[in-house]
Ligand binder design. Structure first.
Ligand SMILES: Nc1ncnc2c1ncn2[C@@H]1O[C@H](COP(=O)(O)OP(=O)(O)O)[C@@H](O)[C@H]1O
Ligand SMILES: CSC[C@H]1O[C@H](OP(=O)(O)O)[C@H](O)[C@@H]1O
Length: 405
């Protein structure tokens, strides 16, 4: 009698990863002994292997979750279920925006791996933006990504039973807890893992003691904890987007869960706003700086416009909600989503400046005093967005504030 042994989890290395890839028949038999493997993960959490045939130059990516957060080590245990969430979210996203996500070729929840399309001909958006590149399709692609993934996962479209099944499937408590802590809690209190230069202490003290601000953050945090409106990517910053010319691919949805509709678009906008600020230091030549900053603000405006128009078109054609045809129902939803997004963006800007996980846009500013100046400016902008979220009615008011920051 033969006994089938189910593979157990073990972290892969540059040799054992081949045992995952070879049986997939992605590479021809003639290529199997000519595969080059590199571990290329530069994120906070996971291993990422690039496997390339020396013969055909075809390549795949194998991403594996570790049972802890890579950036901290084994002292921070973290569920392997995030790999299942990531591959299922990529597959779900591909149902509505197949051209905007990498193709999943295989996944195994025991090994916590996703094998996917290699996008090495693209660059990570954050890197491209810091280097001063412009991507003409970015705004319409991200606006479309956020609107379609939101609408098709919402109660406006799905049968309530199906919606609740999806909420269960994408229940992601451990990864959500990271966001609850790192985005919505820790930066607003004196917590050890916060990370900022001593020179910012007085600005940070002002934040920690600003009751009006903290009341708004508490409300935003509660929305994040409780509003299961749409399936979110959950971590849509410029390190989660690959770009090449006019191609955009959204990667890394391991934080996916059902949450408030404005959250993804907020994180995208916040990271563009941080890049906009940092260009005052990065862009050497005034004309180029102006061009880049204008592009970034136009991208923010066009992303929201695309989101609103795409969501509206889907609503008019496909909404099943009994209130969908009532005047003002859609407008009310979009207005609330927009205003809450402004508040979420403020939280993301603050946490990327003084919390545990920073962004290279600000941290790579070469001169310390210049870096401090723009970090202070970022904090002011973040506070302004959180406190004034309900006063804004138009995206150009937001871009005016970012321009003036
Ligand atoms: N499909 C892909 N094709 C090419 N490189 C990839 C792909 N997915 C991830 N990478 C590389 O691995 C890095 C980390 O991936 P990411 O999914 O962001 O990991 P983490 O979850 O650890 O943040 C990316 O910045 C990119 O350089
Ligand atoms: C210790 S997790 C910190 C931070 O990292 C995640 O981003 P990524 O997976 O792209 O590296 C997420 O933004 C978390 O808040």
């Amino acid at each position: 009698m033969s006994v089938q042994v189910k593979p157990t989890y073990e972290p892969l290395n540059e040799l054992t990863v081949l045992d995952v890839v070879k049986p997939l028949d992605f590479f021809d038999a003639s290529e199997q002994n000519q595969l080059h493997v590199r571990e290329i993960g530069d994120g906070n959490l996971n291993l990422v292997f690039h496997i390339e045939s020396a013969l055909s130059k075809k390549a795949v990516i194998v991403k594996q979750a570790l049972p802890y957060a890579k950036v901290v080590g084994e002292s921070w245990p973290l569920t392997l279920d995030r790999a299942r969430i990531e591959s299922e979210a990529l597959i779900k996203e591909a149902e509505s925006v197949p051209h905007l996500v990498p193709k999943v070729l295989y996944s195994d929840s025991t090994l916590a791996v996703t094998v996917m399309e290699d996008l090495s001909d693209h660059v990570i958006l954050r890197k491209g933006l810091i280097e001063g590149q412009i991507y003409p399709k970015l705004a319409s692609d991200i606006g479309t990504f956020a609107a379609k993934t939101a609408f098709y996962s919402s109660d406006f479209y799905l049968h309530p039973f199906e919606k609740k099944e999806q909420v269960k499937r994408f229940s992601n408590p451990e990864l959500c807890k990271i966001t609850e802590d790192l985005v919505f809690t820790d930066p607003f209190f004196n917590i050890e893992t916060n990370d900022f230069p001593a020179e910012l202490q007085s600005e940070v003290d002002v934040i920690w003691n600003d009751t009006e601000l903290l009341k708004e953050v508490a409300q935003l945090r509660l929305s994040f904890l409780t509003k299961a409106e749409v399936l979110l990517h959950g971590d849509l910053h410029s390190g989660s987007i690959f770009v090449k010319g006019d191609s955009t691919k959204v990667i890394d949805p391991e934080f996916a869960f059902y949450g408030p509709a404005g959250f993804d678009i907020a994180h995208f906008i916040a990271n563009l706003a941080l890049n906009h600020l940092s260009q005052n230091a990065h862009a050497k030549e005034p004309f180029h700086r102006e061009t880049l900053q204008t592009y970034l603000l136009e991208t923010i405006e066009k992303t929201w416009k695309t989101y609103r128009e795409t969501f509206t078109a889907l609503w008019n054609e496909k909404a099943t909600d009994p209130f969908a045809k009532i005047d003002g129902v859609l407008e009310n939803f979009l207005e609330k989503t927009f205003q809450e997004a402004i508040g979420f963006a403020g939280c993301e800007i603050i946490r990327r400046t003084i919390g545990l996980a920073h962004v290279a846009d600000l941290d790579s500013i070469p001169k310390k005093e210049v870096e401090l100046f723009y970090k202070k400016t970022a904090l002011e902008l973040g506070v302004k967005l959180i406190k004034n979220q309900r006063k804004l009615t138009n995206i150009t008011e937001l871009t005016d504030w970012i321009r003036g920051a």
